[in-house]
Write a protein that binds this ligand. Sequence first.
Ligand code: NI
Length: 172
Amino acid sequence: MTILPILTLPDPILRKVSEPVERVDDELRQLMDDMLETMYAAPGVGLAAVQVGVPRRLVVLDVSKDEEQDGQLFMTNPEIVALGPETRLHEEGCLSIPEVLLEIERPSSVTVRYLDRLGEFTELTAEGLLATAIQHEINHLNGKLIIDFLSPLKRDMLVRRFKKQARSTEAP
Ligand code: NI
């Protein structure tokens, strides 16, 4: 397995809408494994393929360290089919926006339909941290980031800070 470089703000690829995956095959499973390894090393609880520069609709998740359940999840072409009526506040981070934590309110339960690691149709209803993480990762597939929950003013300030940082770490 390979640890892949994670794209960070303001990389424009992060704003791309990811394309559907045509086939769950060994090549895709290799990418799933590399993404999982990359996520664990970061460390994080979820990663979308677009974050490693592959704009395809694939996410990997594992929130088990925090909640001791579920374990590894591989979701290809995930679609949210239902959101619960209650909401949940969580301080979210994103591997593509290092050292930023934002308190975000989202539905506390979600039902998602996807192709699993073997390419089988699967439906899962999740609550708590997993529900938050699934929504966060599916946002990535649509080019949406946690900073989009901020007011335009705060978001622009943050983006400007990341642009400045990116310029200062560029090779001379
Ligand atoms: Ni993220």
